[in-house]
Each structure stands twice: as C-alpha cells, then as structure tokens.
Design a protein. Structure first.
Length: 94
C-alpha cells in the first residue's frame, strides 16, 4: 500500500482494475492519530492499492480495484475504525 502522492508500481496494475474513490469522513479531527488509523484500516481492505487521508478536509482518497473492492467495502472499514463516511459527490453543494 502506498499513499496517493507517493511513487508506486501503478503501471503494473491493469487500468480496468483501477478506480479512485473520494470519501467524505465525519468525526476526523486534525491532529491525533485518527487519519493514520483510518489509513491503516483502509489499507487492509482487499483490493486497495493506495490510500491518502486528509484530516484537515476530512476526506479519504482511495485507489482500488473495483472487481475486488466496492465503495461499500471501504465504508464498512471506515465504520469499523470508528468513523462515518459517504462517497463524495463533487457536484453536490449543500
């Protein structure tokens, strides 16, 4: 697992097996280990290849294989880590 902004072997992962999901996280405070524990929880989900959690914006950015891991699987891992979240819709303002 690597962070989204880190160099990686992304070229070895077939394109059809790469999806980027952005998930809004609730209850993730700046500071503390919340973002790190959430990153670790998401990295353990089968099919996840990269994770970056930004505590300041309360967003998780996850690259995963949609054939191995659905967004719902990511949301379950987030809940099990003690947070709430939903898939971010950049077109929704409200």
């Amino acid at each position: 697992m690597t962070h989204l902004d880190s160099p990686t072997d992304a070229a070895t992962v077939p394109r059809r097996c790469r999806k980027r999901s952005t998930i809004a996280i609730y209850g993730l405070a700046c500071g503390g280990g919340g973002s790190l524990s959430l990153e670790r929880a998401l990295e353990r989900v089968s099919g996840v290849t990269r994770v970056y959690v930004n505590a300041a914006t309360e967003m998780a950015y996850v690259e995963h294989c949609p054939f191995e891991c659905r967004v719902e699987d990511l949301l379950v891992a987030i809940r099990q880590a003690g947070f709430q979240g939903h898939e971010h819709d950049p077109h929704f303002h409200g």
